[in-house]
Design a protein around this ligand. Sequence first.
Ligand SMILES: Nc1nc2c(c(=O)[nH]1)N[C@H]1C(S)=C(S)[C@@H](COP(=O)(O)OP(=O)(O)OC[C@H]3O[C@@H](n4cnc5c(=O)[nH]c(N)nc54)[C@H](O)[C@@H]3O)O[C@H]1N2
Ligand SMILES: Nc1nc2c(c(=O)[nH]1)N[C@H]1C(S)=C(S)[C@@H](COP(=O)(O)OP(=O)(O)OC[C@H]3O[C@@H](n4cnc5c(=O)[nH]c(N)nc54)[C@H](O)[C@@H]3O)O[C@H]1N2
Ligand SMILES: [Mo]
Length: 698
Amino acid sequence: MNPEGTMNTTIVRAACPHDCPDTCALLVTVKDGVATQVHGDPDHPTTAGALCTKVARYTERTYHPDRLLHPMKRIGKKGEGKFVRISWDEALDTIAARLKAIAVRDPRAILPYSYAGTMGLVQGESMAARFFHRLGASLLDRTICASAGGAGYKYTIGARIGTDIEQFQNARLILIWGGNPIASNLHLWMRVQEAKRRGAKLIAIDPYRSLTADKCHQHIALMPGTDAALALGMMHVLIREDLIDYDYIARHTLGFEALKERVQEWPPERVAQVCGITTQEIEQLAREYGATARRGEGAVIRLNYGLQRVHGGGMAVRNIACLPALVGAWRHAAGGVQLSVSDSFPKNSQALQRPDLMPAGRAPRTINMSTIGNDLLREASPEFGPKIEALVVYNANPLAVAPESPKVAQGFAREDLFTVVLEHFQTDTADFADILLPATTQLEHVDVHAAYGHHYMMANNAAIAPLGEARPNTEIFRLLAARMGFDEPCFAESDDAIAAQAFDSRNVRAIHFDWDALKQKGWQKLNMPEAPFADGGFPTPSGKCEFYSERMKADGFDPLPSYIPPHESVASSPELGKPYPLAMISPPARNFLNSTFVNVKSLRDTEGEPHLDIHPADAAVRGIHDGDRVRIHNERGSFVMKARVTDKARPGLVVGLSIWWKKLASDGKNANEVTSQRLTDMGRGPTFYDVLVQVEKA
Ligand SMILES: Nc1nc2c(c(=O)[nH]1)N[C@H]1C(S)=C(S)[C@@H](COP(=O)(O)OP(=O)(O)OC[C@H]3O[C@@H](n4cnc5c(=O)[nH]c(N)nc54)[C@H](O)[C@@H]3O)O[C@H]1N2
Ligand SMILES: Nc1nc2c(c(=O)[nH]1)N[C@H]1C(S)=C(S)[C@@H](COP(=O)(O)OP(=O)(O)OC[C@H]3O[C@@H](n4cnc5c(=O)[nH]c(N)nc54)[C@H](O)[C@@H]3O)O[C@H]1N2
Ligand SMILES: [Mo]
């Protein structure tokens, strides 16, 4: 209350920190120091005043009774989740002492483990990265989400730059390929719907009739992991039927003649066989796509990451990224393809993360986050380097999200492993911590954001004071750095000082970047051309869209578009297909954000309990009825879900929307019990959707 006895109400400009393409502009209502509501900023063009159901409930998460509010140390067994409160001094002294003792022997035995719990450039990888670089810790290869597709896209296009979301309403044909924007990219979906109202046709390409596929005019339900073949088939038909743009091809592409020869091998009949769809679907798709571009109308592909979580995921994205150049779709601002636009932002990673602080003279060791299960169980060896002795986890929940969870849990349970977890909540991973530290949420700290689904630099002002004794990630690493004796000036920088270095304002795209101004306004659009490749200018070595890639050849890949079958499918691994005949995918649930929000009761209640969608034919032969509890299993493990018998899952496929907290499931397990640690063709990514299982009544 102010002296007059009325409430002090302010509106604070913030940004949504979550791993989602939309990176919304938020307006936080604060009454007497308490955040009471979070709204989408109506003035920010892509947020347009709308928020998803999760972030609309942000205050429920922030003030959740289970928030971690003070440091704790473990008293029970690893994984049991029993802790007692300790002081910050005791926590930091303990951590510094343990890390110092290990670093004296070999700092590479220490591993940071983080991902995108927050996408903030400050609370993500700034002070933390500086700390681990200076320490000489192992580097983490952050592959768990998008590295396969990113690699495939870059071979073809050069960088993750693509069609502006603000153009999608102007398209006439929209292919939603391996994505479910109603759940995972709501603000793109709003524009896609506007395009639909204006007469656009929407086609979903997805093994599952997702919420989005259900709302499209057409749904092509191919088998998981076969998209590369579909793109080859489309190119075959486009070239055969002369639906291509010779002028664009001649001026802005490389390797057309070789591509033409390659796609001869992929007539629709072969593609139909591989993908489990009809030749008509392939021909009609190619014809509509080619004809739309030929008419000079926007033919756009929203390509998402769902399709690259399989063995050939990198190649699939690479092939699809060839399509717009072949038909000249890039000429139209509402044509082309958007996978991610993250490379549009001139991020100043050097200043934020200071890789120059790494000790000279010894090559760093890199650990792939997607194989953490195996790597925690490895002994020291000349190839591997030292055994992992300490793990510092922040912005991530590997126990729930990393593949082959039984191995991950076994690794985290090692008695000789020292584990620190920085968290908001006592997650599945936190249960394994030796020291558990309370971190602030987005409402309690400062940050600056790039996006991967729009072109705005975003500011996040702190709306409220930290709850309890929670501290920002940056502050925790600042204090640890002091205890380790790191005295470089960068370890004393404030969060505002770090944010002010986030973008390179000498770069023409971020020429307007000024941290103080951004904090005031909340957002600022990058200076980007309306149609990024209308006149070519691809950021590849040749400056062209590379149908043929010399770099791929040098990296040991087929330099032309090809098809790499799944590690596990009935067709590609018939031996495995006998005991485990069903393909399983576990894509995002609408009410969760990966494993974040699973502990918010209202959202969990909306999602129901963990369920598995199975086709009526597959259910019938197993005697499974709707609502039965079923056990899903393979050689790696098993877990239980409630069956939903529905033709949303195509025959041969089961779908378990994810990612549940293991401890909030009836059997303490989730879909990652059965996923594998095998990697993608490119980018060393995980293959979450490349899994064979059997399902039976529990
Ligand atoms: N609500 C919500 N939003 C999210 C997330 C979340 O967990 N919940 N996660 C965020 C994160 S981290 C990411 S990376 C993004 C994007 O995450 P994506 O992985 O792109 O997820 P979705 O948009 O759900 O789209 C995945 C779709 O791909 C389909 N799919 C699976 N395998 C294949 C395949 O082999 N081929 C094809 N064509 N389709 C396939 C699935 O059935 C699903 O409908 O979403 C972000 N947004
Ligand atoms: N089976 C299956 N597994 C998957 C996927 C799938 O589709 N299926 N998707 C994969 C994908 S695309 C991704 S991106 C990964 C996601 O994996 P993660 O990046 O690990 O994502 P989350 O599960 O959301 O966990 C993030 C954690 O960070 C915490 N956090 C948030 N902000 C802060 C902060 O400021 N400080 C600290 N210290 N902590 C914070 C949150 O509380 C949360 O527990 O999962 C992958 N795993
Ligand atoms: Mo992701």
